[in-house]
Design a binder for this molecule. Structure first.
Ligand SMILES: C[S@@+](CC[C@H](N)C(=O)[O-])C[C@H]1O[C@@H](n2cnc3c(N)ncnc32)[C@H](O)[C@@H]1O
Length: 393
């Protein structure tokens, strides 16, 4: 997602949280004063702690104005590009455009990060869009309505917004949706039994239209990612759905037998306000990390669309060790360190692999290692989360 689009969203978030004067100052290139930002940064630091240490989690935290402001100014710009990245991958192969009128259901919507990602993305074309947002906090739905309607007007998109102050556990919908998103909310249902979360997600899946997809984004935390990996296995086993991505295969998640957890990382343009708050709280969000799952109603799997051969997907970064490069990959129902010896590497493409690339290669197995030798073939089909202009950042 590019700088211009994201800063446009940031300007609206500043207007909502701090008023038009501060927003205009920011748009003209000015920095927000420390007096204004310090209380925001303090609230961001508190939210950050409660998002990462579940024990401290306060239900309904967005009822409090200072947390809502912190969310608008920091987490909203961070979460929009995550939805955008998923939509890039969703629409990658074959190029997919949704036919309108498009219906979007944003569950645990907060001030609208996921919806804003959808609103901007070319996947959704220019047709009228209906946005349905559910959140347990009424006040945050007012932020949602304010910011989504303004952005839709700026983009001259015909739109309808319907908000529902309700709990996900009990909310019911009729009709079908083209995009259903659970963005950073399953993590907050941790107190609820996994079986109930599964039942509810299965119910949401049944609401997908013929061109519909379910998108789940979660923090890249070990606990959240493992819950998502287990949910993924339950959905494949009990709902007979096929995962579109990130999984190249439908067999049980092989990472669950390890101490690792599945997460992705993308480069992004970090808005100035996020950089300013990061500086105050000692963070450095150069990249965005998250776990995710995409399920398409049409039953497609991205790896199968890319190639008839069974593909692997890079799950970690390449580590250069003495005489060899190692990258953890998922494929053929395995999660394994894939090793390429330097002296056998005719080209450097293996060393340049990023997380999320789809690969086809021949190999031999040596213990737990998958080894690509000099005689083996190796091809990357690339990664689809990131826009082309962000690939080289
Ligand atoms: C971390 S925020 C995510 C907001 C937005 N989806 C995003 O990605 O930026 C989680 C949101 O889920 C809402 N939420 C948490 N538990 C909920 C529940 N049981 N029912 C409905 N909403 C819930 C919270 O109020 C909050 O707005």
């Amino acid at each position: 997602m590019d700088k211009q689009r994201l800063e446009q969203i940031v300007a609206l978030a500043i207007e909502r949280a701090l008023g038009l004067e501060e927003a205009e100052k920011y748009v003209q290139g000015g920095e927000l004063s420390k007096d204004v930002l310090l209380p925001v940064a303090r609230a961001v630091a508190q939210l950050s702690r409660s998002f990462t240490e579940r024990a401290e989690f306060q239900v309904g935290y967005l009822d409090e104005l200072h947390y809502r402001k912190a969310y608008l100014l920091y987490y909203l710009p961070i979460n929009v590009p995550k939805t955008w990245a998923l939509l890039n991958e969703l629409s990658a192969k074959p190029k997919l455009y949704l036919k309108g009128p498009i219906r979007v259901l944003d569950l645990g919507a907060g001030p609208g990060a996921a919806t804003l990602g959808v609103l901007f993305h070319p996947l959704c074309g220019a047709d009228i869009a209906e946005f349905f947002a559910v959140d347990r906090v009424t006040a945050v739905l007012a932020d949602y309505e304010w910011i989504v309607s303004r952005l839709a007007q700026k983009l001259q998109r015909r739109h309808v917004i319907k908000t529902f102050a309700a709990r996900l556990e009990t909310v019911k919908f009729d009709g079908e949706f083209d995009i259903i998103i659970l963005s950073n909310v399953i993590n907050e249902l941790a107190r609820i039994k996994p079986r109930l979360v599964f039942d509810k997600v299965a119910e949401f899946l049944s609401l997908l239209s013929w061109q519909g997809s379910l998108l789940i984004v979660e923090p890249a935390l070990k606990s959240a990612a493992i819950r998502l990996m287990k949910l993924r296995d339950a959905l494949v086993e009990k709902c007979a759905v096929k995962i579109y991505s990130p999984c190249p295969a439908q067999s049980p998640c092989p990472m669950l037998a390890t101490t690792d957890w599945c997460h992705s990382e993308v480069f992004w343009y970090r808005p100035r306000i996020v950089a300013q708050i990061d500086k105050l709280i000692g963070n450095r969000r150069d990249t965005l990390s998250f776990s995710y799952l995409i399920i398409r109603r049409d039953g497609h799997n991205l790896a199968e669309l890319l190639s008839d051969a069974p593909l692997w997907r890079t799950v970690g970064k390449v580590h250069k060790q003495k005489g060899k490069s190692v990258c953890y990959c998922c494929g053929l129902g395995k999660y394994a360190p894939v090793v390429k010896l330097k002296r056998e590497a005719a080209d450097k493409s293996f060393e340049k692999l990023r997380r999320g690339e789809y690969l086809h290669f021949s190999f031999s197995e040596r213990g737990a290692e998958v080894k690509i030798g000099a005689e083996d073939f190796f091809k990357s089909y690339g990664s689809y989360l990131v826009d082309e202009d962000m690939q080289d950042m």
